[in-house]
Ligand binder design. Structure first.
Ligand code: NDP
Length: 318
């Protein structure tokens, strides 16, 4: 993609920052945010992105150009778990401001989440048409944030005639920001904290490496339409969270303490039919992606990871 004028929110975040940095090489990229993370702002600027302070809870977009061709709306106000009114207001209003301001864009991508689905049993592969409801005991306001903003995106796609795609993200991970859920779990392991897992079986998800996120964002923009198109957005493989923890332990030598309990953070697996039809397969397999991410974020484990991979690659070859 080149020569486009692109507006990105959430550009300091784990998901959108690598996209902004990559696209800034050959496009005019503008990032909006509060930029509490100054290092991330500087890094974006150094890669050629323009940064503009905007708090979606309070600020309008007066003074910002309107002639963006593509919008990636990745910012989220997840809420504090209690204030549903404020969570709904901030995410709905922020989305509405962006879409009305950029109503002539070629494509608008709203990053939603699998957290919007009404929870089924752990083996269910969620499809885009499945019942919505959302339940996140760990942060009850979060599903409301995403469902509310999805509603605004659907409504304004049609009233403005703005081609829109709502991508329900599974679990993204990679060497940016907090690194995603796998790296949050690895930090628990490093602190010798027990990791909550179900009493029986394990939770599963579709890990998506940020390299695939970067590659797939332009493909998703191409899939935008009126009415808004909804697509599940995750990695090809179904990854068990307990398997993930044990793999990170094997790679780094950091022991994992499993806390088999009733309160583990439930994850979801997707049916990929719509996504595969629109944008194809992913390129980074989860074991390679996790090893690379750990090595990039935690220098102290690099040698050990190389040694593990060397041994196991040799075993596989032999
Ligand atoms: P992060 O928590 O890493 O970043 C959140 C981003 O939102 C930051 O860039 C922040 O920018 C911005 N933001 C928050 N509040 C405001 C505000 N009031 N005004 C303007 N910007 C704001 O998020 P992720 O990158 O992990 O997630 C990106 C999107 O993907 C979100 O919509 C999330 O719901 C969705 N998602 C992510 C998943 C994942 O695995 N990471 C899984 C499923 C969905 P700043 O602080 O500079 O204002």
């Amino acid at each position: 993609m080149h020569g486009k004028k692109i507006l990105i929110t959430g550009g300091t975040g784990q998901v959108a920052r690598p996209v902004a940095e990559a696209l800034a090489a050959e496009n005019e990229v503008w990032c909006l945010g509060r930029f509490g993370d100054r290092a991330a702002r500087t890094a974006l600027q150094e890669r050629g992105a323009r940064t503009v302070v905007w708090d979606m809870a309070t600020d309008d977009l007066a003074g910002l150009p309107r002639d963006f061709t593509h919008v990636l709306h990745s910012a989220v106000h997840r809420g504090d778990g209690r204030d549903f009114e404020e969570t709904a207001r901030v995410n709905a209003t922020g989305t509405a401001r962006l879409m009305t301001h950029c109503s002539t864009a070629e494509s608008f991508l709203y990053v939603s989440s699998g957290v919007v689905y009404d929870r089924a049993d752990g083996t269910h592969r969620y499809r885009e048409s499945d019942p919505l409801g959302g339940a996140a005991p760990w942060l009850p306001t979060y599903p409301i944030a995403k469902i509310t903003a999805e509603g605004v995106a659907r409504g304004l796609a049609e009233t403005l005639g703005l081609p829109t795609v709502i991508a329900r993200l599974n679990i993204a991970y990679g060497p940016y920001g907090h690194g995603g859920v796998p790296m949050i779990l690895f930090n628990e392991m490093r602190r010798r904290q027990p990791c909550a897992v179900p009493r029986q079986g394990q939770n599963h998800c579709n890990l998506l490496h940020t390299d695939d996120v970067v590659r797939q964002v332009p493909l998703l923009w191409d899939a935008a339409r009126v009415p808004a198109r909804v697509v599940n957005w995750g990695g090809d493989e179904e990854v068990g969270i307990t398997d993930l923890l044990e793999y990170m332990s094997a790679l780094t030598g950091v022991p994992v303490l499993l806390d088999r309990c009733d309160t583990s953070r439930e994850t979801a697996i997707f049916d990929h039919g719509v996504r595969r039809g629109l944008i194809g397969d992913c390129t980074v397999d989860w074991r390679t992606g996790i090893a690379r991410t750990l090595a990039e974020l935690f220098e102290e484990y690099r040698d050990r990871i190389d040694e593990y991979l060397g041994t196991h690659t040799a075993d596989a070859a032999g």
